[in-house]
Design a binder for this molecule. Structure first.
Ligand code: ATP
Length: 871
């Protein structure tokens, strides 16, 4: 059937669905079996084997394997059984390392998949006569779905009912202007996609209006499914930090290669067998080049992201985590984010009264009339179940409905007595909502909304007095709504806002309180301490907004509050001059939000912006960190944002910034740990070759410490809990290098320390035992174990004893495993192939002392303030 060419009824019949009940559960199950899940085919996942093979794509690893293979062949030719040890061990270590890589990658991928599932799309569907929300993947042809502004369309569907519907279809048609839709249209059979105005398509979104539609195609059968192959090519890209680290890895790689080349030449000149010194040089290169860094960063980021989920922030793009750490401006909506969005009507004022009246259960006749009109122009309901109030719908509206209810006018009775014949829904741009009701046989247009917008549309009433009362109520932080009405002769077929919302008779005002969230006040304090400026952006009245901002600590003496109209009148230069002093923007339009973001960005600030509506999407995209509301947010806003706040709470943004800073600090710790210890090894081997023409470490020993024993502590270090003082520091500048504030110098110095310790151990071991192997054994012991200890040192810039040495449980476990792995090659028969020997007890004791030298040095530097706070 060509769905767009048939009437809605015929389509419903063909799909055997019902507009009142939708499909039954059993029909849905049967159709799901027939048509499958409503999902686009996903890119094939890399198999573990593929991943394993990919681990060997690194040139240095390939050279190492080739060298091992050559040495294996030589051993075969020479028939020397000891000659087999080295190549076989090297291969084993390389395979072990690759397995570890596969494990890490799949762990990171699982974490990211779990995140994707959290933000999987949902659909509102009618099943068994009840409206429910299900996973969009469960939809089947014949399902009746409800759509409203801001929804992503979950499947191709034929419209059955629509009201002022518009859909953005650029993903399919390339046309960025939203297409007008109409359920009643019947379209020519061969009409192109863009002209099928009675259909909506999967992957597009609703920008305006509401609709009920019947699903006609799901999954790969949709129009989007037809072009899905084109979309599959999307590659996951690296975060800026990962890119920087990959670049750094390249530079360090070149340095390490140069050092290794020199080591090789010096070795050859000094008569070390060419194969042995070649293996040592290549192993050193493999060990020293930090090519694993980007992968470790992914793991640390994804672990952090998981941690954020439990704190109500869902990260949609990994790079956002890095950006979060440097957020310097948090622009936040007011209602529901800084306040509780639990509106309670407390005051009402009818035109002609002296002063507002408190809302009670028995208000005056006049106020009852105002509440009646107000409640008629509201959606939503308040029901009482087991004595408990349950509010369904927009809190601004349920507050009015409840007040009417308490005054003996329940909403359902009002609806019955004065049925609604037409409506123009509320939108944040108009700041008005209108209905046409039949009241006592007359057609009455009721309009409610912001007083300042309403005033210009009224032709009667004491507007000056109303203005005064509005200011007075707003100053005590009340949200004020005006109600007006007019009678008309007939109900228009298509209600037009300009016509209905004009020439009105002003009726009165209602004032409602929306208490601030208690945690928001604390979070504002945290922001200030952390060098982050909180800014309130709201659709509410400027006086109401300022009163609440003052209560929360966002608005301080000397600050400015600006309305959207004032902002519109400002030039870019004026805004740039003012922006740092403005902490409240009231009566803003979504377009205003973009200007605010851009103004701050011109000052090199990292801006976080919240939003929930369709029109907020561009501002969310423009902001460095777009935060969508999880509860009240539309699909479109969520799709455009970097983060979804599942509890719509300002404090969650601040928590996310804290986590972002913590994650960045942890990545820094890991980088510092790996680079510091690697530099130590290069220095040790390089210096020993120049001084004594001997390598203090054999190739397998180098590989064992680097590829096997230090990877677990590195990851565990990345899981360190966020330090308590991260929010006491200023935000990190946007393009600040990871190595700023002397961090790079400290890494090199730590490298020198490790190099020196390793050389010392080598020298002592060789002198005491009189053998090269003795020196290498002590050098290996000191190097590998001091690295494990260094992981603890790197946990904080504060003394280990202050933060609790064994607080990071994972690091304790990782350290234990590493120690066992070192002991395994030192004290079991495995020591023979590793070229390690038994040492006299005195040497083990000396080794033990040397291992703890880095702790002493680091603790001393921390105490002297040499290791400064690096933000
Ligand atoms: P934010 O969430 O950005 O702080 P807000 O919720 O205060 O903003 P909007 O929802 O855009 O902002 O509301 C703006 C104004 O529109 C309100 O101050 C109020 O006067 C009016 N308004 C809000 N809700 C309704 C409604 N349901 N019907 C009519 N008018 C409304």
């Amino acid at each position: 059937m060509i769905f767009h060419h048939e009437t809605g009824e015929t389509v419903m019949q063909e799909l055997a669905s019902s507009l009142s009940d939708g499909l039954s559960s059993s029909q849905a199950v049967q159709r799901k079996q027939q048509y499958g899940s409503n999902r686009l085919r996903e890119k094939k996942k890399k198999s573990n084997l593929r991943r394993f093979i990919d681990q060997f794509k690194d040139v240095m690893i390939l050279i190492l394997i080739a060298a091992a293979a050559v040495s294996f062949v030589i051993a075969c030719i020479e028939g020397d059984p000891e000659g087999f040890f080295e190549p076989v061990l090297i291969l084993l270590i390389v395979v072990l390392n690759a397995m570890m890589g596969v494990l890490q990658e799949s762990k990171a991928e699982k974490a990211l998949d779990a995140l994707k599932n959290l933000s999987a799309p949902h659909a509102r569907v009618l099943r068994d006569g009840k409206e429910t929300v299900i996973d969009a993947s469960e939809l089947v042809p014949g399902d009746i779905i409800r759509l409203e502004a801001g929804d992503f369309i979950p499947a191709d569907a034929r419209l059955i009912q629509s009201a002022s519907l518009k859909s953005e279809e650029s993903a399919l048609t390339g046309e960025s202007v939203p297409a007008e839709k109409d359920a009643q249209a019947v379209i020519a059979e061969d009409a192109p996609l863009g002209d099928r105005t009675n259909m909506v398509f999967s992957g597009c979104s609703i920008t305006y209006g509401t609709a009920t539609a019947v699903v006609t195609a799901t999954g790969m059968n949709t129009e989007m499914g037809n072009i899905a192959n084109l979309l599959e090519a999307e590659e996951e890209s690296m975060t800026p930090l990962q890119k920087k680290l990959a670049q750094l890895g390249k530079y360090l790689g070149i340095l390490a290669l140069a050092a290794c080349a020199i080591i090789f030449v010096v070795g050859i000149l000094n008569g070390i067998p060419s194969m042995e010194i070649f293996m040592t040089a290549v192993s050193l290169a493999v060990s020293a080049i930090p090519e694993g860094l980007p992968a470790i960063v992914t793991i640390v980021l994804s672990i952090g992201v998981q941690r954020m989920v439990s704190k109500n922030a869902i990260i949609r793009r990994l790079p956002a985590v890095e950006t979060l750490g440097s957020a310097s401006i948090i622009c936040s909506d007011k209602t529901g984010t800084l306040t509780q969005n639990r509106m309670t009507l407390t005051k009402a004022w009818l035109d002609g009264m002296d002063s507002p009246e408190d809302i009670s259960t028995d208000n005056s006749k006049e106020i009852k009339q105002l509440l009646r009109y107000g409640a008629l122009c509201c959606d939503g309901s308040v029901v009482f179940e087991n004595g408990q109030e349950q509010h369904v719908g927009d809190p601004t509206e349920t507050a009015i409905i409840l007040a009417a209810h308490k005054n003996g006018m329940p909403k359902n009775e009002l609806n019955r007595a004065c049925p609604r014949l037409a409506e123009i829904p509320f939108d944040s741009d108009r700041k008005l909502m209108s209905t046409i009701n039949k009241i006592d046989g007359r057609y009455v247009v009721i309009v409610k909304g912001a007083f300042d917008v309403m005033a210009s549309r009224c032709i009667s009433g004491n507007l000056e007095a109303a203005q005064r009362i509005t200011e007075q109520l707003s100053a005590s932080a009340l949200r004020v709504l005006a109600v007006a009405y007019k009678e008309i002769d007939c109900v228009p077929a298509v209600p037009i806002p300009e016509e209905l919302e004009s020439r009105l008779i002003f009726l009165g005002l209602v004032g409602m309180i929306d208490p601030p969230r208690p945690e928001a006040q604390k979070a504002v304090g945290v922001c200030r301490k952390a060098g982050i400026k909180p800014v309130m952006i709201t659709g509410d009245h400027v006086v109401t907004a300022t009163a609440i901002a003052r209560e929360l600590g966002i608005f301080q003496d000397g600050d400015r509050a600006v309305t959207g109209t004032e902002l519109d009148a400002m030039s870019e230069t004026e805004l740039d001059a003012q922006v740092e002093h403005i902490s409240v923007y009231a009566r803003v339009s979504p377009e205003n939000k973009i200007r605010i973001v851009k103004a701050w960005q011109r000052k090199d600030q990292i801006v976080s912006m919240t939003g929930d509506g369709v029109n907020d999407a561009p501002a969310l995209k423009a902001a460095d960190i777009g935060c969508a509301m999880g509860i009240t947010g539309t699909d479109v806003a969520k799709g455009a944002a970097d983060i979804t706040l599942t509890d719509d709470n300002f404090a969650t943004i601040v928590d996310a910034v804290r986590e972002g800073r913590g994650i960045y600090a942890n990545i820094k710790k890991v980088v510092g740990f790996l680079l510091g210890t690697n530099i130590g090894e290069v220095i040790a081997v390089f210096a020993a070759m120049l001084l004594w023409h001997r390598s203090p470490l054999l190739s397998m020993q180098l590989l064992w410490t680097n590829l096997v024993t230090d990877s677990l502590p590195a990851i565990a270090l990345g899981m360190e809990a966020v330090e308590s003082d991260v929010m006491d520091q200023k935000p990190r500048p946007k393009n600040e290098s990871l190595f700023a504030h002397g961090f790079g110098v400290r890494i090199v110095l730590q490298g020198v320390l490790f190099g020196a310790l390793c050389l010392l151990a080598f020298h002592i071991g060789q002198t005491v035992t009189g053998e090269l192997a003795g020196g290498q054994t002590l050098a290996f012991l000191v190097l590998s174990l001091s690295q494990v200890i260094q992981a603890f040192n790197m946990r904080s810039e504060h003394s280990l004893f202050r933060i609790g040495v064994f607080r990071n449980r994972r690091l304790n476990q990782a350290a234990l495993v590493s120690i066992v792995l070192v002991a395994l090659v030192l004290f079991t028969p495995l020591s023979i192939p590793f070229g390690l020997v038994r040492l006299p007890v005195s040497l083990y004791l000396i080794g033990l002392v040397l291992i703890f030298v880095p702790v002493a040095v680091m603790e001393f530097s921390k105490a002297c303030g040499l290791i400064r706070h690096s933000h």
